[in-house]
Structures are given as structure tokens and as C-alpha cells.
Design a binder for this molecule. Structure first.
Ligand code: SF4
Ligand code: SF4
Length: 328
């Protein structure tokens, strides 16, 4: 379960669907109703869309959070939409199509947030300069919704870059054709993967598959090892920095010295099963690799203390969160 603002997102798959013909049959974690260009669509229509979904559908599916994708050439309708979204506990997904001016955007975000709304910004990577990203990190934006459609191989790298900024939650809109496409984006740091125009049967299957993968693995969007291109959460799998390897660059990006890294990891493992690890390379599971990397030494150490792969990965997930939180 992902918690952001007042939203509870039960699984990391979001479906974007026209508000005129919403795809309500898929038990996705988040349903985004698209097409609220407030220059053409009234707030009354927005309210009616929420009401028609909120009754039976939302209650039946239970899992789905609801979002409203909107844009407008004027600020006032957007502020009213933010109040409406906040009142109905919906995400407001701001689209840039009518808000091209970055100055207007950066002034608008705090005004929308003052309405109490949980806010995301849907943006193409080419519109996201480093300067704008820095300013967005300082804003109170809850979710950065990267539109990666058409980028193919470059998409996961953009996700990693946004993730490593350690700012808003990352949602990645991409062309998802199979489970591996979604898993890759999640492994590179996306909290949620969104899809538009997906076949409902495939979307339903993917939603269930990702949920099952998460519950079996203990950390559904676990990163790759740092040396395999993983984002900063991969520091949870790094050994002590005793040799020249990619961990040094990652520590620099995280703003942590090697000594702080060692001390923090040891402190966070203290009193947890990760402190154990007799017979492993560095004598403690806190320095050990991902569960998906076969290792008889680690498996023997885990067996000795009765720790399952799932529990191990859950502990590593918490370790990554705590480690990076302290240095954000
Ligand atoms: S410390 Fe180990 S896991 Fe981390 S980057 Fe270096 S070799 Fe890879
Ligand atoms: S014992 Fe195995 S899992 Fe642990 S650090 Fe060494 S190779 Fe990695």
C-alpha cells in the first residue's frame, strides 16, 4: 500500500481513462479520469464524474484511488478543481498542455497545495530541465508523473534520475506491453506505473501479477544493485566501500561519506536480523546482495536464523528508506 497525501494506493498500477468512458472494471491501484480541460469542461461535469464513480464502483473495487487529470489556461478553474478534488479525496493530476510557462507553473503549485489537494504533475522529460526539477523538489508537489511514452530504452533512466532526486513520489506513464516493462520501471524507482489505452484484460492481469509479485518478494520495486545501474535505494545491497566501485559515486550523489554510510548501515541493522550473517562475506546480512542473486553463504546464514527471502527483502526495503531519509 502506497500512502501519498490522503491517497491510499493499493497497488502500483494506474489506469488513465477518458472521463467520458471510464475503465472502471480493472482493480488498479489508481484510476485517473482524463480529459478535464477546464476551458471546455465545467466543474459540474467533473463533480458528476466523481459521483458516478464514487458510488458503487469505488465501493465494489475497494482498491482504487481516484484521480482527475486537468489543465486550463486560467488559474481560477484549476483552484476550484483542486478544492473539489481535495473534498472528494481525489488526486489532481496537472497536465502541462495549457500551462507551458514554468513561472506560472511554479507559482500555481503552492496555490493549489493550499487548497489541501494531493497533487501530481504530468510532464514529458524534454520539458523537465534540471533547473525546473530543482524548483519542483522545493515545491510541495506530491507526485511527479513522467510521461515516458515513445522513449523506449531511455524511460527507465529518466525514472532513476527522478528517483535519485529524492523528491516527490514517481509515477511513470509508459508503453507497457508485458510484465517485464512494468517491473523494470518499478525496479528503477517508479512507485506507480500508469498506462493509457491499455487492453482492460491485460491491465487487470498486470495489476494482479504486480500485486502478487510484491507480496511474494517482500519488495516489489526493489532496485538493482548500484553497480548494475540501480538507483540510490540499491545502497541497501552494497558492501562496505573497501574497493573502487560504483558505490563511491552513489554515495557522492546521496551526500554521504563512506564513513557515514558504514556507521549508518551498522546502526540501522543493530537489533534486527540483518545484524546477523555469520559466514557471509562481511559477517553481516546488512552488507549482503539482493535475494535474487544466488548465494549459498547468505542462504546458509539466513537459514540459521530462520529468515525467509521475503522477510530479508522487507528488511532491506526498510533499511533503504531509513538510510536515504536520514540523508535527504
Ligand atoms: S559495493 Fe558491491 S554492490 Fe555496491 S556497487 Fe560496489 S560492487 Fe556493487
Ligand atoms: S555473502 Fe553472498 S550475498 Fe552476502 S555479500 Fe557475499 S556474495 Fe553477496
Amino acid at each position: 500500500m502506497l500512502e501519498v497525501g490522503y491517497l491510499h494506493i493499493a497497488n502500483p498500477i494506474a489506469i488513465i481513462s477518458s472521463h467520458n468512458h471510464p475503465e472502471t472494471g480493472v482493480a488498479a491501484g489508481l484510476l485517473l479520469l482524463d480529459g478535464f480541460d477546464l476551458d471546455d469542461v465545467s466543474l459540474q461535469e467533473m463533480q458528476e464524474s466523481i459521483e458516478s464513480y464514487s458510488g458503487s464502483e469505488r465501493a465494489n473495487l475497494k482498491t482504487s484511488a481516484l484521480g482527475l487529470c486537468t489543465t486550463c489556461s486560467r488559474d481560477e478553474p484549476l483552484l476550484e478543481a483542486a478544492k473539489l478534488a481535495s473534498h472528494n479525496l481525489c488526486l489532481l493530476d496537472l497536465r502541462l498542455s495549457k500551462i507551458r510557462d514554468p513561472i506560472r507553473l511554479l507559482e500555481l503549485i503552492p496555490r493549489l497545495k493550499r487548497c489541501g489537494v494531493t497533487l501530481s504533475l504530468r510532464i514529458r522529460p524534454e520539458d523537465l530541465s534540471n533547473e525546473l526539477m530543482e524548483k519542483l523538489l522545493e515545491s510541495e508537489l506530491d507526485i511527479i508523473h513522467l510521461d515516458l511514452r515513445g522513449l523506449n530504452g531511455a524511460g527507465p533512466k529518466m525514472v532513476k534520475k527522478a528517483r535519485d532526486c529524492r523528491g516527490p513520489m514517481v509515477m511513470a506513464l509508459a508503453d507497457i506491453g508485458e510484465f517485464e516493462d512494468a517491473r523494470m520501471l518499478l525496479a528503477m524507482g517508479a512507485d506507480v506505473v500508469s498506462m493509457r489505452g491499455a487492453d482492460p484484460e491485460f491491465a487487470q492481469w498486470l495489476s494482479s501479477a504486480v500485486r502478487e509479485y510484491d507480496s511474494l518478494s517482500g519488495w516489489g520495486n526493489a532496485p538493482k544493485h548500484i553497480c548494475a545501474g540501480g538507483d540510490l535505494r540499491g545502497l541497501a545491497f552494497c558492501c562496505p566501500p573497501v574497493k573502487h566501485c560504483a558505490v563511491l559515486g552513489a554515495l557522492k550523489r546521496a551526500g554521504m561519506t563512506a564513513e557515514e554510510f558504514v556507521n549508518r548501515k551498522l546502526a540501522l541493522a543493530r537489533g534486527t536480523p540483518l545484524e546477523k550473517g555469520e559466514g557471509t562475506c562481511f559477517g553481516s546480512l546488512v552488507w549482503c546482495c539482493k535475494a535474487s542473486k544466488m548465494c549459498y553463504l547468505r542462504e546458509a546464514a539466513m537459514q540459521k536464523i530462520g529468515l525467509s527471502d521475503k522477510e530479508y527483502m522487507e528488511l532491506k526495503k526498510k533499511l533503504a528508506e531509513d538510510l536515504l531519509r536520514q540523508f535527504s
